[in-house]
Write a protein that binds this ligand. Sequence first.
Ligand SMILES: [Zn+2]
Length: 211
Amino acid sequence: MEQNITNSLYHLKELNGNPFTLQKVAYWLYEYNDLYMEIKNYSENLCEPCQEWKADGFPYDCLQDADYCTKKYRYFTDFYKEVEYGVKIQELDTVCKVALEEYNIFNNDALLKDWLIKYFDIGYNKLAIFYYDHLDYSVNNDEVVHPHFGNSPIGEFGVCIDRKYYENLIDFDDVFKMLLYERKIYPEKLKEIEEEMQKIAIPMIPIPKID
Ligand SMILES: [Zn+2]
């Protein structure tokens, strides 16, 4: 299993064109989906210490590198899921394109509010972490930044997928946030969000990224 994981990660590394094309990443996900499923199933059969902890009601988690622990390959499944997120979220680019076309012809607040309501789930729920977790790490504004979806646990490379596939999604995200937070087009929802935010403080810890 370990050898298959290593091979798959080196295969991905070979496909890297800095940035990756969407097609190559999708191909890799498809190619190694069986391996992902195999490891996922394997890690669901808890090892003995994990079972004991679970039975006692403790959070159970052996160290990932404990040799007996069935969760020891989670570094691969976690990475796979991050990469998969990158391809799945890109599917929203099409609907974001339509949304932007609508936005461009809406010229009053009532229509814009309907727009926010219509696309609230995408803008607020589905894309919530996209910008901060995958894009907002540029130090230089002139630099073209490609969205980043995980660092490979082996081989020292990260997965940046070409930004061109995400252009509508990125523009949509800008417009959505501007209407909601700056122009306050949907004030009652904004108030609700602010009240929620006060209840939970989310620590913002930047994740180091490798190109
Ligand atoms: Zn364990």
